[in-house]
Design a protein around this ligand. Sequence first.
Ligand code: SF4
Length: 468
Amino acid sequence: MKTKTISLDQMQEQAEFIKKIFAIHRQHGRQPLAFVETYGCQQNVSDSEKIKGMLSEMGYDFCDKTEDADLVLYNTCAVRENAELRVFGNIGALKHQKRRNPDMKIVVCGCMMQQEHIAETIKRKYPHVDLLLGTHALYRFPQRLYEVLHQGRFFDAENEEGSIFEGIPYYRGAKPLANIPIMYGCNNFCTYCIVPYVRGRERSRNPQHILDEIQQVAKEGYREVMLLGQNVNSYGNDLEEEMDFATLLREVCKIDGIERVRFMTSHPKDLSDALITVMKEEPKICKQLHLPVQSGSNRVLSAMNRKYTREAYLELVRKVKSAMPNIVLTTDIIVGFPGETDEEFEETLSILQEVEYDTIFSFIYSKRVGTPAASMPDVMDEEQKHRNFDRMLALQNEISKRKNDAYLGSTQKVLVEGISKNNSDTLTGRTEGGKVVNFIGDQSQIGEFVTVTITKTQTWSLFGELSE
Ligand code: SF4
C-alpha cells in the first residue's frame, strides 16, 4: 500500500478550526489551561508534542494538575494492561471534577482508542468523557474539539489508516533533544503485539519532509535528534523513490547544527550491513543501539513471530561489536510469554550474560485482546513469572553496574539536558552512548557539550566532575 500524505488543503481546513477556537477563548478574555498526560512509547510522546502544538495555537497554556485544567487530555498506550488500567482509573477519577466544573472538557486519544472494545467501554461507562480520538484521526483534533465546544459530546474513532500528516504545529520538549518521527505503523505482527492493529501498516515520511524538519529544529537550537519509528530499519520500503534508512541517516548527518543523531527501534531481522557501516563511519551517529531480542529461546522466538533465531541475533551482535567495540547495547525482554518454560527462560538469562547489555527494558507478558498470543496456552503460573522476572533483574543489575564501573576515571563528552530531578544543584546530561551523567555545573551549560570526568558509578547512572 502506498502512503498517502494528508494534503495542505486539509491541514489548512484544520488551521481554520484552530483560529475559531482561539477566537472563542479571546471572547472569554481568559487564557484556558490544558493538562496533557502521555502514556507509552516515544512515538506517543511525539504525538503529544503535536497535540500540545495545536492546543498552544488554539490559545491554551499548560498546567500540571487536572484541578486547574479547562481541558484534560490523556494520550493513551495499548501495549500493556497496566497502562490501560491507569487510564481507566484516571478517567474515572475525573467524574466528580466534571460535576463540579461541567465546562471542563475531557479528551481521550491514542492507541487505546483504536480498539473498538475499549472505545465502547468508555462510551458506556464514562459518560463524562467528551471526545475520543484515534491515532489515525489525530490531525482532525482542532475540528473535533471545535465540535465539542459547540455541540457537546462527540466520539470519533474514525479510521483513516494509511495516511501521514505533515504541517501539524509542534510544541517540542526542552532543548537540546528533538524527537523526529520518520515513519509510522508496523508490518511485523509479532504475536504478542497490538501495535500493527492500532497504528496500522508501515508508512514512511517523505525524506525531504524529514530533512526540512530537522533543518528547522537545528535552526531553533536543538543539537540532537532522535529518529523514531516502530522499525526504522524498514524505512523507505513503501516509498516510490529509492531510499533506505542508512541513506537517510547519511543525509541527516549533513545538517549543520545537529551534532548527535540517535534512532529507535531497530528490528534485528532488518538490521543491514549498510546501517552498521554508516553508524561506524558517521561521527554524529551515537554509538548506541537498542536491539530488542525479547527471548533467548528459539522456540519462543518462533512463537513470537520474531523471524530470527538466537544464533542469528548473536551473530548480528558480534558484527555490531566488532565494527564498534564501545557500542552501548540495550534490549527489550518479555518474561512469561505463553508457553515459556523454565528451561526457555534460562536461555534468556544466558543471552543476557553473552551479550552483556548496558540496560534492558523487561516486562512480564501482558495479554492483548485480538493478538494471536492471547489465545496461546500458558504453562507457567504468575508467581513463577514474577520470580523469574526478579531473577532476571538481579542478573541485569549486576551486569549494568559492571558496565558502568568501566567508565570510572574516564572523561566523557556530555550533552547537558537540564537540572537533575533528584537534586536541583546538579545538572544532568548524556554521553554519546546515552548513559546518564550527573555533575555540579552552571545552568548556562544546559544545551551545551561539556567534558566530565567520571568519579562515581551506580547501576543506572554515572556521576562526575567538570573537566577543564
Ligand atoms: S516489530 Fe513487533 S513488537 Fe515492534 S511494533 Fe512491530 S509488531 Fe510490535
